[in-house]
Design a protein around this ligand. Structure first.
Ligand SMILES: Nc1nc2c(c(=O)[nH]1)N[C@H]1C(S)=C(S)[C@@H](COP(=O)(O)O)O[C@H]1N2
Ligand SMILES: [Mo]
Length: 327
């Protein structure tokens, strides 16, 4: 079976990417690319953007099913692929686009271990064979108070976990990113405060929730390295840092796992990290967000919604919990 086929929707519908690339070529030809364009994010990053890879076959986002996909305006591909957080490649927003190509993503596998009846290795090619891909257009809200709408291509994490048969002791799921210093210059930096590998975790019911996906693509194509190729988590009702990139290990456990941001600064970052405009970050408000693309003249400042707008789907998971305590 061919792993990659032509996309099942016309490319004109799935991505404005080609338009942006053409625009960039025009800007470049005009000698303007290095000039600091007033307040726009994509233009402030002059690095060559690694474009999405191979086209994927997937079920397109269903119209009229807002529970799974928003019909809000999608961010341009270029913004998503150039304004990134991926500390393994540096702390600047442009660093991942500049340096993530140094990471090799083939071959790739994920170890699934811990409280499962059938621990094992999942190779990327098997993952493509086993899990039908679908598009999910989600809001991604960064803890730094910007947000964007991204059309991911992926499959429910629950499908993967079920295949390894979680035991009755599996109460949490821990994730780890690849840690390969030779290819990740940010992890070689002496100023880095993160204890690598980057780690994240979910409670088992959060991990099994139908909104929680493993993404292998965006805008109809495989992920650019800077966005977490070849496979990353996406949990849309939590702050962006929970959506761990380039995953190589999934471990089910009875105890709550440690997470990178909690380890780095427990006062500022908790295990749950649900988007919550009522609970401010100790150093800034979480009531508003800048929806990208955002410029000086059009900051696009909007109100942040409880659970990032997914309250109806996920509020039940936290019934009776004090969300100030469990931040
Ligand atoms: N391994 C790893 N995963 C990561 C990060 C990181 O630094 N390392 N940054 C997180 C943060 S803070 C955000 S907001 C999202 C950004 O995803 P994007 O760049 O694809 O938009 O990735 C998250 N996943
Ligand atoms: Mo973030």
């Amino acid at each position: 079976m061919a792993r990659f086929k032509v996309p099942s929707v016309p490319s004109s519908e799935i991505t404005p990417e080609s338009v942006y690339l053409r625009r960039r070529q025009f800007i470049k030809a005009a000698g303007l690319l290095a000039a600091p364009a007033l307040g726009t994010f994509s233009a402030s990053l002059s690095a060559a953007v690694t474009t999405g890879g191979k086209p994927l076959e997937y079920r397109p986002a269903e119209q009229g099913r807002p529970a799974f996909s928003t019909d809000e305006d999608r961010a341009p591909f270029d913004d998503v692929a150039s304004y990134c957080n991926f500390y393994e490649f540096g702390t600047g927003k442009g660093d991942p686009a500049r340096y993530a190509h140094e990471m090799s993503v083939d071959p790739w596998s994920i170890d699934v271990e811990g409280e499962v009846a059938r621990p094992g290795k999942l190779y990327l090619e098997d993952l493509y064979k086993r899990y039908p891909l679908e598009e999910r257009v989600y809001r991604l809200r960064c803890v730094e108070a910007w947000s964007m709408v991204v059309p991911w291509v992926g499959f429910p994490l629950a499908a993967l976990l079920d295949d390894f048969e979680p035991t009755s002791k599996a109460r949490y799921v821990a994730f780890e990113t690849l840690h390969r210093p030779a290819e990740m210059r940010g992890t070689r930096s002496f100023t880095s405060t993160i204890d690598w590998p980057y780690r994240e975790g979910l409670r088992i019911d959060e991990a099994m929730h139908p909104l929680t996906i493993m993404a292998v693509g965006m805008y109809g194509k495989t992920l650019p390295n800077q966005n977490g190729a070849p496979v990353r988590l996406v949990v849309p009702w939590k702050y962006g840092f929970k959506s761990i990139k380039s995953v190589v290990r999934i471990r089910l456990s009875e105890q709550q796992p440690q997470t990178s941001w909690q380890m780095t600064n427990p006062r500022e970052y908790g295990f749950y990290s649900n988007v919550n405009p009522q609970v401010d970050h100790p150093r800034w408000s979480q009531q508003y967000e800048r929806r990208l693309p955002s410029t000086l003249l059009q900051p696009n400042r909007i109100k942040t919604r409880m659970f990032n707008g997914y309250e109806e789907q996920v509020a039940d998971l936290y019934a009776g919990m004090d969300l100030r305590k469990y931040y």
